[in-house]
Design a protein around this ligand. Structure first.
Ligand code: PBG
Ligand code: ZN
Length: 327
């Protein structure tokens, strides 16, 4: 059947019709909120992140209060990032039992019902800002695995529900799974940053958490933005090593990758709408070039591409104002 019997515009004739025929919906439980917790800050202090309008670095107590406020609005999960006072060559604050993240996990698990997810990496904790152990200006893969495992174990011991390695070393999911299992944490999930690209869209984040590398870049471990087959291999390997949830990062420039991963593996898939995606939209909106609808459109598109979970800095706004796309 075709025109004039078939009229596609009938499907769009009113808001109500469009709404009942909408195929993809963003729900509050799809959203994961990244929280930046700075050890040095006292209660009542929060620092605005200038490269990410409306986002803050929180003291431990303020991060917990913000998490509680958002939980009342329907938040289900948080992703924690720490800014330690002390940085050294091996990032020892990252696996300190009394470290900022370990403390934050304990408090959030005591005081909320939230799913607590932790970023597992060294870059915020190392003096050189790299995601691994560095010798002779080289980021060592195998040596780094021991450290990542220690970090993940310390998070699990503090009560983390999900650990999320973001370093892109080879073999890290297997190493972490083994360490967790040997220590009785069979039930701690791993969400691997499986297809993580060496993206320029991370720039505001590196400013937010002071993790820019002091020399070189991350291109020897993060992926070339031009590659898809390689992303599928990365995801396949992480699944074989024991990942429970896989992630594609960034999100909007990589919607094709999200779709292929979902089609190929049928595994819970997360997408990270990264700092640069957030700041780009905010800048456009603040300048009056874009409207806030662009936020809903991008997030709905990320879900439509196949993401089950979306990590987004817009989470508080969506929880406050509703996740519904004004179709
Ligand atoms: C650290 C890490 C990064 C992000 C999350 N974990 C940045 C990087 O690899 O330099 C990016 C988050 C964002 O841009 O929102 N490994
Ligand atoms: Zn890192």
């Amino acid at each position: 059947m075709k025109y004039p019997t078939t009229r596609m515009r009938r499907l769009r004739k009113s808001f109500q019709i469009r709404k009942i025929l909408q195929e993809t919906r963003l729900n509050p439980e799809d959203l994961i909120y990244p929280l930046y917790i700075k050890e040095e800050l006292e209660e009542g202090q929060k620092e605005h992140i200038d490269t990410m309008p409306g986002q803050y670095r929180y003291s431990l107590s303020d991060a917990v209060s913000e998490a509680k406020r958002l939980e009342k609005l329907g938040l289900s999960s948080v992703l924690l990032f720490g800014l330690p006072v002390k940085k050294d060559e091996t990032g020892s604050s990252a696996y300190d039992r009394e470290g900022i993240i370990q403390k934050a996990i304990r408090r959030l698990k005591e005081e909320t019902e939230l799913v607590v997810i932790t970023d597992v990496c060294l870059c915020q904790y190392t003096s050189h800002g790299h995601c691994g152990i560095v010798e002779d200006d080289e980021i060592l893969n195998d040596k780094t695995l021991n450290y990542l495992s220690k970090i993940a174990l310390s998070h699990a011991e503090a009560g983390a529900d999900i650990v999320a390695p973001s370093d892109m070393m080879d073999g890290r999911v297997e190493a972490i799974r083994k360490t967790l299992d040997e220590n009785g944490f069979q039930d701690t999930l791993i969400m691997s940053y499986a297809a993580k690209y060496a993206s320029s869209f991370y720039a505001p984040f590196r400013d937010a958490v002071c993790s820019a590398p002091s020399f070189g870049d991350r291109k020897t471990h993060q992926m070339n933005p031009a590659n898809t087959d390689e992303a599928l291999r990365e995801v396949e390997l992480d699944i074989k090593e024991g990942a429970d949830i896989v992630m594609v990062k960034p999100a909007l420039p990589y919607l094709d990758v999200i779709r292929e991963v979902k089609n190929e593996f049928k595994i819970p898939t997360a997408a990270y709408q990264v700092s640069g995606e957030y700041s780009m939209l905010m800048a456009g909106i603040e300048a009056g070039y874009l409207t806030e609808e662009s936020i809903y459109e991008s997030l709905t598109s990320i879900k439509r591409a196949g993401a089950d979970l979306v990590i987004s800095h817009f989470t508080p706004k969506l929880l406050e104002e509703g996740t519904e796309f004004k179709c």
